[in-house]
Design a protein around this ligand. Structure first.
Ligand SMILES: CC(=O)N[C@H]1[C@@H](OP(=O)(O)OP(=O)(O)OC[C@H]2O[C@@H](n3ccc(=O)[nH]c3=O)[C@H](O)[C@@H]2O)O[C@H](CO)[C@@H](O)[C@@H]1O[C@H](C)C(=O)N[C@@H](C)C(=O)N[C@H](CCC(=O)O)C(=O)O
Ligand SMILES: Nc1ncnc2c1ncn2[C@@H]1O[C@H](COP(=O)(O)OP(=O)(O)OP(=O)(O)O)[C@@H](O)[C@H]1O
Length: 590
C-alpha cells in the first residue's frame, strides 16, 4: 500500500461491541415475576428482593443498562459469570446463571443471583416478559410479524417484504444481516438474527414507535440458539436449503431439522414454503402450522404447488412474471433486480403478505389464524363476513394496486445485486461461494452480442481453502475477464489465498481453452479500477463477495473499504453513467 493511500484508511478494532436500541417506556417486571417465568425459586434468602423492578435484560456485560438483569451464560471461550462484576458495575440489578456460573461467582457479587439449569432456554421468555412483547405489549400495540429462513435469499426477501408492506401503508421495522430498521431509525447489525434479549427489545421499540409491521431474518444459528424464543411470526417463509453451516448442524438433515422448527406453532401462525426442491417439499409436508406452497421455477414440475410463478420475462436487468394461485388468482409482478433468484424472492415476499391478508381477513388485525387461511384453495378469512371469492378479489386488487403504483420489488438491497452503473452495467453482489457466484454471473450476463462480463472477486482467508480453486474455475467459466483480488484475508497471507483462486481459474482456462483474460491484483480498490478501465459501455462488471460490507479485515484490523464506493468512484473517473447512491451507506468523496 502506498503511504498516500494509507492515510485515508480508518483503523477500528474488529468486533467492536455495542447493543441495539431499547424501548424507553415500558414497565419491566419484578424479579419474582421473572423467576417464575424462568422456573427458578427465589428462596428465603432472596424473598425480600422479589419486588426489585427489572427494566431490561442482556446476556452480554458490554450491553448492560442500569436496571437490567444480566444472564451469565456458558460460552465457547469463557463463562459469562466471569463478566458479572462488569455487568454489576454497568448497573445490573440481578443475575441469572447456571450452577457452574454460581460456583464461579461465589459470594463475590452484591446483587441477587438465581441459578437455573439452562439460562439460554429461558432468555427469550424472560426478555418477552421484561419488554412486554408476549402477544400484546404494554401499550396494547401489536406488530404484524414476518420471519424468513433458508440458506440464501433471506436478506433480499426481507427487504422486498419491507418495501411491499410500506407500499400497503404500513410503517415498518426490519431486522437482518445488513441493518436493523425501526421506522426511520437505522441501527447497526452484528448478527443476522440478534440474541433473543435484543430481539424482544427491538420488537418493543418498534411497538413503542407505533410501527405496524416488521420483517426479520431467522438464521439457523438463531433457531439453534433460541434467539427467536418467545417470538411467533404471523407468517414464516422458507426460501431454500443448500449446503452451509454443516459445522454447526452436523449434516444436511440436522440443518433441515433446525430450520423446520420455525414452521411450528411455537414460532409461526402460517407458513409459506418454496417447494422448488425436495427440501422444500419435505418442509411443507412436515409443517405443523397451515402451510401455503410456492413453486418459483416455471420449468420444473409445478403441479402440486398452490401458488406458482409463471410467464417469467426478462425486462432490462430485472424480470416480469405472474404469480398464479387457487381459483384463478393472478398477480402481475415486476422486479428490477437481476437474476432468477430475485423472481423467487419477490414471489415469496408477495405470497407471505397475500397469505397474511387472507389469513386475518383484513390484513391489519389480530394475526388470528385458521386452517382455512390463504392459498389452500379457500379464500375466506375468519369473521370476514364476505364470500370467499370476494375476499380473495379484494386482497388481490389491493396488492395489484400497490405493485403497479410503487413497484416495491425494485428496491436497492445494499450489496445484493446492487446496480451502481448502467453503461457498462456495474453490479456489486454478496456472492461468496461457488454456487452463488455461478448464479450471480448467470444473472448479469450481458445482453449485447459483443458484451463481455468482467468479474472482480477473491476468497476469504481462514475459511475453507478447498473452495478457492472451485471459485476460480466457476468465474473463469462464467466471465470473459477474471480479476482476482483480496476479500477478507483475516490472518492469512493474501498472496497465498489469491494463488489458490488463480490456480483454479488457470486450470479451467488451460492453454487458453476458454479464451479468458485472467489477471491478479492485490489491492481490491485497484482491481475495481482495472475492471472499469477494461470496460466498454456494452460490457457488464460484477464485483462479487463483499456486498454491503464496509470494512476489509486484515490481521485483526478493519480497514475501510466499500466495493460500491470504489466502483462508483472508478466509473465516475471514466465518465460512465451512475445510478443514484441513496442506499450506499459509506460516505462517498466524489
Ligand atoms: C459461534 C457462536 O455462535 N458464538 C456465539 C456465542 O459466543 P461464545 O460462546 O463464543 O461466547 P464467549 O465469548 O465464550 O462468552 C460467553 C458469554 O459471555 C458473554 N460475555 C463475553 C464477553 C464479555 O466481555 N462480556 C460478556 O458478557 C457473552 O455474551 C456470552 O454470553 O454466544 C454469544 C452470545 O451468547 C453469541 O453472540 C456468539 O455469536 C457470535 C457473535 C457469532 O458470530 N455467531 C455467528 C456464527 C452467527 O450466529 N451467525 C448467524 C448467521 C449465519 C449465516 O447465516 O451466515 C447469525 O444469525 O448471525
Ligand atoms: N433465493 C435465492 N436463491 C439462491 N441464491 C440467492 C437467492 N437470493 C439471493 N441469492 C444470492 O445469495 C447472495 C446472498 O443473498 P441474501 O443476502 O439475500 O441471502 P441471505 O440468506 O441473507 O444470505 P446471508 O445470510 O449470507 O446474508 C446474493 O448476493 C445472491 O448472489
Amino acid at each position: 500500500m502506498d503511504r498516500e493511500k494509507e492515510k485515508d484508511f480508518v483503523h477500528v478494532p474488529v468486533n467492536n461491541p455495542g447493543g441495539p436500541s431499547r424501548p424507553s417506556h415500558h414497565s419491566g417486571a419484578t424479579l419474582a415475576e421473572l423467576a417464575e417465568v424462568a422456573g427458578a425459586a427465589l428462596g428465603p434468602a432472596l424473598a425480600a428482593q422479589g419486588d426489585l423492578r427489572i427494566t431490561g435484560v442482556s446476556l452480554d456485560s458490554r450491553t448492560i443498562h442500569p436496571g437490567d438483569l444480566y444472564l451469565a451464560l456458558p460460552g465457547s471461550r469463557s463463562h459469562g459469570a466471569t463478566f458479572a462484576n462488569a455487568a454489576v458495575a454497568a448497573g445490573a440489578l440481578a443475575i441469572m446463571t447456571d450452577e457452574s456460573g454460581r460456583s464461579l461467582l461465589g459470594d463475590s457479587v452484591p446483587v441477587p443471583v438465581l441459578a437455573l439449569s439452562d439460562v439460554r432456554a429461558v432468555a427469550g421468555p424472560v426478555a418477552a416478559r421484561v419488554y412486554g412483547t408476549t402477544g400484546t405489549g404494554d401499550s396494547g400495540h401489536r406488530l404484524e410479524l414476518f420471519g424468513l429462513t433458508g440458506t440464501n435469499g433471506k436478506t433480499t426477501t426481507t427487504y422486498f417484504l419491507n418495501s411491499l408492506l410500506r407500499a400497503l401503508g404500513h410503517s415498518t421495522g426490519l431486522i437482518g444481516t445488513i441493518e436493523i430498521l425501526a421506522g426511520e431509525e437505522a441501527i447497526p447489525s452484528k448478527l443476522t438474527t440478534p440474541e433473543s434479549t435484543d430481539v424482544h427489545a427491538l420488537l418493543a421499540l418498534m411497538a413503542e414507535k407505533d410501527l405496524s409491521a416488521a420483517s426479520m431474518e431467522v438464521s439457523s444459528h438463531a433457531l439453534a440458539f433460541g434467539r427467536v424464543d418467545g417470538v411467533v411470526f404471523d407468517v414464516a417463509g422458507f426460501t431454500n436449503l443448500t449446503q452451509d453451516h454443516l459445522d454447526l448442524h452436523g449434516g444436511m438433515e440436522g440443518y433441515f431439522d433446525t430450520k423446520a422448527a420455525l414452521f411450528t406453532p411455537a414460532h409461526a401462525r402460517h407458513a409459506v414454503i418454496t417447494v422448488d426442491d425436495d427440501w422444500g417439499r419435505r418442509m411443507a409436508e412436515g409443517a405443523s402450522v397451515p402451510a401455503v406452497t410456492l413453486s418459483t421455477d416455471p420449468l420444473a414440475a409445478t403441479g402440486s404447488a398452490q401458488w406458482q410463478v409463471r410467464e417469467v420475462q426478462r425486462e432490462g436487468v430485472g424480470s416480469r412474471f405472474t404469480l398464479n394461485g387457487p381459483a384463478g388468482a393472478v398477480l402481475n409482478v415486476h422486479t428490477g433486480l437481476p437474476g432468477g433468484f430475485n423472481v423467487s424472492n419477490a414471489a415469496l415476499a408477495l405470497l407471505m403478505v397475500t397469505t397474511h391478508l387472507l389469513g386475518t381477513g383484513t390484513g391489519t388485525g389480530t394475526g388470528s389464524s385458521t386452517d382455512s387461511a390463504s392459498g389452500a384453495g379457500t379464500t375466506s378469512g375468519p369473521g370476514s363476513g364476505v364470500g370467499p371469492g370476494i375476499q380473495m378479489l379484494t386482497v388481490l386488487t389491493r396488492l395489484q394496486e400497490a405493485l403497479d403504483r410503487f413497484d416495491p420489488f425494485t428496491v436497492e438491497v445494499p450489496g445484493r445485486m446492487q446496480l451502481i452503473g448502467t453503461a457498462p452495467v456495474a453490479v456489486v453482489d454478496f456472492a461468496h461461494n461457488p454456487d452463488a457466484l455461478a448464479r450471480a454471473l448467470d444473472a448479469v450476463r450481458p445482453s449485447a452480442p459483443d458484451g463481455r462480463l468482467i468479474a472482480v472477486f477473491g476468497a476469504t482467508g481462514e475459511r475453507d481453502a478447498s473452495k478457492r480453486p472451485i471459485m476460480g474455475a466457476v468465474v473463469a467459466q462464467g466471465a470473459d475477464v477474471v480479476i482476482i483480488t483480496d476479500d477478507d484475508p483475516h490472518d492469512e497471507d493474501p498472496a497465498a489465498i489469491r494463488a489458490g483462486v488463480l490456480a483454479g481459474a488457470r486450470e479451467a482456462d488451460r492453454d487458453g481453452a476458454l479464451g479468458r483474460v485472467i489477471e491478479e491484483c492485490d489491492q481490491r480498490a485497484t482491481a475495481i479500477l482495472r475492471a472499469v478501465e477494461l470496460a466498454r459501455a456494452q460490457d457488464v462488471i460484477l464485483v462479487a463477495g463483499r456486498g454491503h460490507e464496509v470494512y476489509q479485515e486484515v490481521k485483526g484490523v478493519n480497514i475501510a473499504l466499500d466495493d460500491r464506493v470504489e466502483l462508483r468512484k472508478a466509473l465516475a473517473s471514466r465518465g460512465f453513467p451512475l445510478t443514484g447512491a441513496s442506499k450506499i451507506e459509506s460516505p462517498t468523496d466524489d
